[in-house]
Design a protein around this ligand. Structure first.
Ligand SMILES: *Cc1c(COP(=O)(O)O)cnc(C)c1O
Length: 496
């Protein structure tokens, strides 16, 4: 153990590691969904100092079982319904393993041509599978690129938008605080972060009103804000519309917002991190409405609901030029004939970091293993189970379903007759903790502005292992927990 692992040692340990993963996935239901460790518990079970002498790899696997596994929350558990899914799949895991095995740094074409060219093929394939516009294909003016996260995709989109809004000024001389970014209260927090990082500043993020019933962005208010800001001498840099918001999966009206952006010549970014992949199903392709006509950039996360291990976000642009103008830097040590010839893509100009992993391998493995059919079947399972759960919630007088219910997400609220709003929300949160402490399922919550902020429970269905029985069992647990909490708080139970 004092030297490198030989290929034969790797083969033996690798087989054990793959067996470990297969056993883990086969037995995943034996674990509590949410980890029960207390803060510091994992850390204190690990040695304070690094080993001086190498240890056998089996010791690592043993500690994985003994120390780490209790501190793991099981995102692939069929009863994991919190946040959004983070799909892993056999082909996704193996694609990531192969990428690790190759250990490639794909910063420019010349550092591994296959890393770049496979990525070009799979992002074009995915654009076709999702019915995204021809302009997003690499052979047109635009193109797609794999990013680590939707947050990075938003940041790159904003950098490109600033470049276009400010001519050469943004990258060359900084920004003088007069750019504006337009989002709604429902937009993901990564957009505000992008405004901070780019120097636009959080104070220059404008909040567009939402429709109180659907929580979708109000395009008329957007038009007024743009006109106001223009009149005051500010430069609108970008509008972010969301298809499937993080809180309730609300859908902003992209065609209307796009028309307003067009009037004002403002960059439109569409954040479809969670829901975008649903367009693989023709019956859900309405979510692409307005994208072909108006979107300058568009991002979705195969690592959420399309069976591809984290990390894998795809960002597409209708015109790649402003992004490349803003981000391309060619130091002498990266100069090479292929780059100079202009015949190749160097994806380091399409992202903030220089180095990049061979992420295309896992997406390629997933698209080939499942085929379009398999991907559609996965999305349809989540949508159908969510619709069935929504009907159960709507039929139960003790609960209120949040509508519109969309995709694989069901939001709802237990009713606590007689309790003032603040106490009712506290009861909802107590119920949530009771459920999550049980280890049998894991839900999360959000707050929605209905007059004032109210708590909703969120149940996101979309883990590959989730079957109807898991959803029905979760619903029974929720009803049982509700009855218990209601009794404790002296609320008359109205459940059927
Ligand atoms: C999850 C989510 C994000 C952030 O995704 P990351 O890939 O974790 O950065 C952004 N926008 C929306 C709408 C999301 O749901």
């Amino acid at each position: 153990m004092t030297g490198h692992m030989t290929p034969e040692e790797f083969r033996a340990h690798g087989h054990r590691a793959v067996d470990w993963i297969a056993d883990y996935l086969a037995g995943i239901e034996s674990h509590p969904v949410r980890s029960r460790v207390r803060p510091g518990e994992v850390r204190s079970a690990l040695p304070e100092h690094p080993p001086e002498r190498g240890e056998p790899f089996d010791a690592v696997l043993a500690d994985l079982d003994r120390v780490l596994l209790p501190g793991v929350t099981h995102w692939q558990h069929p009863s994991f319904f919190a946040y959004f899914p983070a799909n892993a799949s056999g082909p996704g895991i193996l694609g990531d393993l192969l990428s690790a095995g190759l250990g490639v740094q794909g910063m420019v074409w010349a550092t591994s041509p296959a890393c770049t060219e496979l990525e070009t093929v799979v992002v074009d394939w995915l654009a076709e599978l999702l019915g995204l516009p021809k302009a997003f294909r690499t052979d047109a003016a635009g193109g797609g690129v794999i990013q680590d996260s939707a947050s990075s995709a938003s940041l790159v989109a904003l950098i490109a938008a600033l470049r276009r809004a400010g001519g050469g000024v943004v990258a060359d001389r900084g920004i003088a605080g007069h750019y504006r970014l337009y989002v709604s209260s429902q937009t993901h927090s990564s957009l505000e972060k992008a405004a901070r990082v780019t120097g636009i500043g959080a104070a220059n993020v404008r909040l567009v009103d939402v429709d109180p019933d659907t929580l979708a962005m109000d395009s008329a208010h957007l038009r007024r804000l743009l006109a106001e800001d223009r009149a005051a001498g500010a430069v609108p840099a970008m509008v972010c519309a969301t298809v499937g918001t993080t809180s309730t999966a609300a859908v902003d009206p992209v065609p209307e917002i796009g028309a307003v952006c067009r009037e004002h010549g403002v960059w439109l970014h569409v954040d479809a991190a969670y829901a975008g992949v649903a367009a693989v199903c023709p019956e859900l392709r309405w979510i692409d409405d307005g994208v072909a006509e108006y979107a300058d950039s568009y991002a979705t996360n195969p690592h959420k609901w399309l069976l591809t291990n984290f990390d894998c976000t795809v960002l597409w642009l209708a015109d790649r030029a402003p992004m490349i103008d803003a981000l391309s830097i060619l130091p002498e040590y990266l100069r090479n004939p292929a780059t100079t010839s202009g015949e190749v893509i160097d994806y380091r100009d399409w992202q903030v970091p220089l180095g990049r992993r061979f992420r295309a391998l896992k997406l390629w493995a997933v698209l080939r293993w499942y085929g379009a059919e398999g991907l559609r079947a996965h999305i349809r399972t989540g949508v159908a189970l969510a619709a069935e759960l929504a009907e159960l919630v709507a039929a139960d007088p003790a609960f209120e379903l949040w509508r519109p219910q969309r995709f694989g997400l069901v939001c709802f609220r237990p009713l606590w007759p007689g309790l003032p709003d603040a106490e009712a929300d506290a009861a909802t949160m107590a119920l949530l903790e009771w459920l999550n402490d049980s280890g049998d399922l894991y839900l999360s919550h959000t707050k929605v502005p209905v007059g004032h902020e109210r708590v909703l429970l969120r149940m996101a269905i979309g883990a590959p292992a989730t079957e109807r029985r898991h959803v029905l069992a979760a619903w029974e647990r929720i009803r049982a927990g509700y009855a218990l909490t209601a009794r404790e708080r002296g609320v008359p139970v109205r459940s059927r």
